[in-house]
Design a protein around this ligand. Structure first.
Ligand code: PEP
Ligand code: MN
Length: 380
């Protein structure tokens, strides 16, 4: 007897999605630029943050009315009243507005306030019950919905949320890639894992894909770079946090650009064209480069830690009158470290060079420490 259903031929999966291409909802806006503050804090802050954005090239204004904060007690948004400010500035500036909805009540209030588009946040996308409730509350409503990736790197959970919204009859759905949470935060607040977003695109090519460099980076230094990578990977747009006075922002103060910085960023962006295969290859290269950047940051971190310990040893040696240079100890370090490095495919020459420079820096740091102590004594 044979069970040939184990050998099912590779049938192309029928796509469950009915999506309208971004071009049909935004014919001329490529890449689509969404900009504005993390939160609508008060009418002045909101207006001053967004008043010049249209001139700078933005197509949609963003602002949060309800903020999902990690710890209670932080600024959780102004709620309903913020919706009316958002609507007012959007009319004044002449751009549509988008805000975050995290439950059916938010949907109801934001629809009542006349907000043009909704986004679903990363902490909501992880919860299929909640996404389904939001989807149900959207049944029969024709409004574009942008779905952020879940905080954990799970492409199917992201797709599941998109599918739930789409099944509610929303055919203007886009994905927002805002990076993925990880315990170690060296370079990025949320690691990009570009391949996950590109995988989403491969699975559902009709789905518009927007990058949110602000929440990926968590700081302003890398935003230009991440934005350009997204465009190089053929993303359809960017969502960037802009605040008139970032250091005073009530949420995400470290990552918001000033309106001027946003304008400069838009001027620098280069829009390229590439084939889909190129894009996938490029995303792999970007992920590898990200890994190298993270590892380098870890190496520096570890070296700084090592030198910190060396300085403590310097103090100890001083106190106990022990010589800084201990040849036998150093011989032992060289022998054991080169042996384990060679086992891990590193060359002897590289290891000796590296260990020697670490040793020299260590001696320098210890000597400095002793001198500081002596100088302090002299001052007393
Ligand atoms: C935001 O866009 O301000 C936000 C809270 O986003 P995320 O869900 O990506 O954390
Ligand atoms: Mn934010």
């Amino acid at each position: 007897m044979s069970f040939n259903h184990y050998n099912t031929p590779n049938i192309k999966q029928e796509t469950p999605y009915t999506l309208l291409p971004l071009k049909s909802w935004f014919p001329h806006q490529t890449p689509l630029l969404i900009a504005g503050p993390c939160s609508a804090e008060n009418p002045d802050q909101l207006f001053n943050s967004v008043k010049d954005l249209k001139l700078s090239g933005a197509h949609i204004i963003r602002a949060g009315a309800w903020k999902p904060r990690t710890r209670p007690g932080a600024f959780e948004g102004k709620g309903n009243v913020a919706l009316s400010w958002i609507k007012e500035v959007s009319t004044a500036v002449g751009l549509p507005a988008i805000t975050e909805v995290a439950n059916p009540q938010h949907v109801e209030e934001a629809l009542k306030a006349g907000i043009d588009f909704f986004w679903i946040g990363a902490r909501t996308t992880v919860n299929p019950f909640l996404v389904q409730e939001i989807a149900n509350s959207l049944n029969g409503v024709d409004i574009p919905v942008f779905v952020k990736n879940p905080v954990n790197p799970d492409v199917d959970l992201w797709l599941g949320a998109i599918e739930r919204i789409n099944k509610a009859g929303i055919n203007r759905v886009a994905a927002i890639h805002r990076g993925f949470s990880s315990y170690e935060k060296h370079l990025y607040r949320n690691k990009p894992f570009w391949e996950i977003a590109i995988e989403l695109r491969r699975k559902v090519p009709a789905l518009p894909l927007i990058c949110d460099p602000s929440h990926i980076c968590g700081n302003t230094q890398l935003i230009n770079y991440v934005s350009q990578v997204a465009l190089d990977l053929q993303y359809d747009g960017l969502m960037i946090e802009v605040h008139n006075n970032p250091s005073q922002a009530l949420s995400d103060a470290q990552q918001q650009l000033t309106p001027t910085e946003f304008k400069e960023l838009v001027q620098k962006l280069v829009v390229r064209s590439a084939s889909v295969d190129d894009v996938f290859e490029l995303s792999k290269l970007e992920d590898l480069r990200d890994q190298i950047d993270e590892i380098d940051a870890e190496i520096i971190e570890k070296l700084a830690h090592r030198m910190n310990v060396a300085r403590t040893i310097g103090k100890y040696k001083k106190k106990n009158n022990v010589a800084i240079l201990q040849p036998e100890r150093w011989e032992e370090i060289l022998r054991t470290r080169t042996q384990s490095g060679i086992e891990k495919q590193l060359t002897r020459e590289f290891l000796l060079n590296l260990l020697n420079s670490i040793h020299l820096e260590s001696i320098y740091q210890q000597t400095m420490q002793m001198n500081i102590d002596s100088e302090k004594k002299l001052e007393q």
